[in-house]
Structure formats: C-alpha cells, structure tokens
Design a protein around this ligand. Sequence first.
Ligand code: SIN
Length: 285
Amino acid sequence: MTYETVEVRKLTGGCGAEILGVDVTAMSNRQWGEIQRAFAEHGVIFFRDQILTPEQHVAFARRWAPIDVNRFFTAVTGYPEIAEVRKEPQEKTNIGGGWHTDHSYDPEPAMGSILLARELPEEGGDTLFANMYRAFETLSPGLQQILEGMKAVHGSAHIFGAKGVNAANPESAGRYGNHHLVGDDVVHPVVIRHPLSGRKALYVNPAFTLRFEDWSAEDSRPLLEHLYRHAARPEFTCRFRWREGSIAFWDNRATWHYAANDYQGERRLMHRITVAGCALQPATA
Ligand code: SIN
C-alpha cells in the first residue's frame, strides 16, 4: 500500500509501523485518511515528538471515535477521559505487565488505546505488541477451522473485582477503583472478522479470556495456553522504545500488548485514552 502525505515505516516484519512527517494536532485531510489506512493495515501505529496538551490528546482521540472511559483506572486530575498509567520509583509492579487486550471483558470492546509518554525512565519501560492476524494465519488449517466455529468467555472480576489480583496488591490502590463496576462475563467469537480490515484475527488473550463457551476452564486451559504460546512468538511482535512525546495507538482487535517492567527505582508516567469500538462479528459471518 502506498502513502503520499505521510511516511509509514514498518517497525518489524511482525507488527507495527511508525508514522513520520506529521503533527497530529494539524493533520491535513489527506494525511488523516492515510493515517487511518495505516492503522487498519498495521494494527499499531507510532508517532514521535508529539508534545500534546491534555486537550490536544483528547481532540486527537475524538477524531477516531467517541472516548470509552475505562471505569477502573484512576484518571488524570481534571481530565476524566484520560487514564493515568503511572509507576513510582518505590513501586515494584506495573500496569499492563503481561500480554493482554484492553476491554475484551466489555460487550463492545474498545477499538484501541492512544498512549502518550509523559515521563520516562532512563532505560527500559518499552511496550511490546503482538499481531493477532499473523497469530491466526499461521495456525494449521484444521485448527483454524475448529476455532472459527468457537466462542470464548471473557471477564474482569479476577483482575478488577473486589477479590481480584489488583485488590490484593497494595500498589494498585492509587491506580484502580470501582470494583463494583465489574460487569457480567461476555462472549466473543474466538476468530473475528476485523471491523476495519476485514481480515481474520485471533481474539483470545491471557488476561481476560476465562474459557471457551460450553467448555470448563480446566478443559479450555491446554488449548488456550497453546494459542497464547503461539501468538506471542517473536516473529509476530514488535517492541517500541519510548521517548517523551511518543504516541502508540494500538487496535485491541488486531494486537495484544505488554508493558515491560524493567526500570525499578524510576518513575514512568503515561496518559492513555481509550476509544470506542463495536460488537465483534465471527470470521464466518
Ligand atoms: C497498558 O497496558 O495499557 C499500558 C501499556 C504501557 O504502559 O506501556
């Protein structure tokens, strides 16, 4: 695919592309069209040197879709639409330190998240992404066919609920709240037809997928673990090294992400806005 008004440079063979030659606060209509196209093509796009005010961050997010405020995250003071992703020097755990897909526990999972780097450690704190198109396309045809007929149950109580892992971690107290807003578990196709690209993508993730529909958690575990090992193969991933003012915008329906926790003793502060998606359709629809 060619681009004329922005430069689109793939990060790795597996996932992601950097967009160069654009100021996201002053995009021409042609640039905006090409950036939307790059997002659908690559699943996660990156921008550098975008020193945005919170208002500009919100305005950029609203160009994509209405904002889907994460009900569990602590918001930036004065900006309820912006979630704070913060790790202080004395804290040991981080937010997002395992492969996951944001909001798969919602009936209409968020399209994606726009993460802006505010304060970074000297070294470390990269974010990794994995390509769920490639994960699906590289499975055996027999397994693909079986998975295309399956659904999976997703939930958030074990993470965000009153008895979830965050409630048991004292470092999470300032990061998350609203345990009572955990919703009912939801069901999504295991293989979706991506709403923007039309491609088939694997849609299960280690954080929020509980089991396959009509299967027990115990019966589901071996196949889910096989899919998770496969999907996280280095060939399907990229690793983004942040600088202040860098932005990553990932598509939750096409990628997983993982925040590396390798900067003990330093602060990392990011601002995240999540934008709304839609109900997911099976690949067979
Ligand atoms: C997240 O999982 O939303 C946070 C990712 C990051 O901080 O790199």
